[in-house]
Write a protein of this length. Structure first.
Length: 310
């Protein structure tokens, strides 16, 4: 495809873009090349007032993806973004105006598996926990094999549990929910939170620690799959999040609640800590659970334990 040029692309686009829906006077589309296994295409036709004009079918404009691929393999200067603009001719029998521009936009480059941003995120979390206790080295409760983009279920290379020893307390904390996503470019710290559980260290042996650590990584999986969990905890203060198996009797549920601390120094700002607390069914017995997430019952259970909401 070395001979394929922008002029060739415009000639190929003209018949497809010319089949504009009624009322369309202009159009603009932005498309990306294939990056980390994904490409994108946005935009559409607009009317004289600048409003989008509905299209009966998107299939005719699949040619945009085709011409981007052809340009990408044609030897033109490096690019990862294409902007196509179309204008309806002002008079009959005149040719429509079509322009095509290529550029290299670093802000849409997906993070690869070797991006230093992951180490930055991990280091920020480590600094935070080291200020609160002694981080146990070589402790991890981790499952799952990373894909070709170094993504695990928590969207990045880090998906593990830290054990922190602090003043006769043991803290287990997720280490990876706030790692920026791999394979994309969006400026987000993963699911924008980290979870922790706190225990009386004297009551836990090695098997008990491993058991709770495995539970916490499972809770992290649910949070990473969920929609707005961190924001829901922020909004309600506390929520009833998931049920526990028989192995954890008499505890039957996990409650997530807001904590006053935040982890600073992450690549895209700070993230909140969310406390995960096992509770027994008796603690919410007789309570109205009809509101979102059983939030009122969760807050009441926290108050009965003398635990405040950060």
């Amino acid at each position: 495809m070395a001979s394929y040029s922008i002029d060739d692309a415009i000639r190929e686009l003209a018949p497809a873009l010319g089949k504009a829906p009624a009322g369309a006077v202009s159009g603009e589309w932005t498309a990306s090349t294939m990056q980390a296994g994904h490409s994108s295409r946005t935009g559409g036709y607009r009317d004289a007032e600048g409003n989008y004009v509905p299209e009966a079918s998107r299939h005719p404009l699949d040619i945009i993806s085709d011409i981007v691929e052809k340009l990408d393999t044609s030897g033109v200067p490096r690019f990862n973004k294409v902007v196509i603009r179309w204008k309806k001719p002002k008079f009959p029998f005149m040719r429509e105006e079509i322009t095509l521009e290529t550029s290299y936009d670093r802000t849409i480059v997906p993070r690869g598996p070797d991006d230093p941003i992951y180490a930055t995120a991990a280091a920020a979390r480590r600094v935070f926990w080291q200020s609160r206790g002694t981080v146990q080295e070589d402790f991890a409760a981790e499952r799952g094999t990373a894909n070709i983009h170094a993504q695990t279920k928590w969207f990045g290379p880090h998906r593990r549990i830290l054990a922190i020893h602090a003043r006769e307390r043991l803290i287990l904390a997720t280490d990876g929910l706030s790692t920026p996503w791999a394979g994309i470019s969006e400026p987000e710290n993963g699911v924008e939170c980290e979870l922790f559980m706190e225990f009386d260290a004297a009551r836990l042996d090695a098997a008990g620690i491993e058991n709770w650590a495995n539970l916490l990584i499972n809770i992290g999986d649910l949070v990473s799959d969920g929609y707005r969990v961190a924001r829901d905890v922020e909004e309600h203060g506390a929520i009833l999040f998931c049920r526990l198996t028989e192995d954890y009797r008499p505890m039957t549920r996990i409650m997530l609640s807001r904590d006053a601390d935040r982890i600073d120094g992450l690549p895209f700002g700070s993230v909140p800590l969310i406390r995960a607390t096992p509770i027994a069914e008796a603690e919410i017995e007789g309570q109205d659970l009809s509101d979102d997430w059983g939030a009122a019952a969760a807050r009441n259970a926290l108050a009965k334990r003398g635990m405040g909401i950060g």
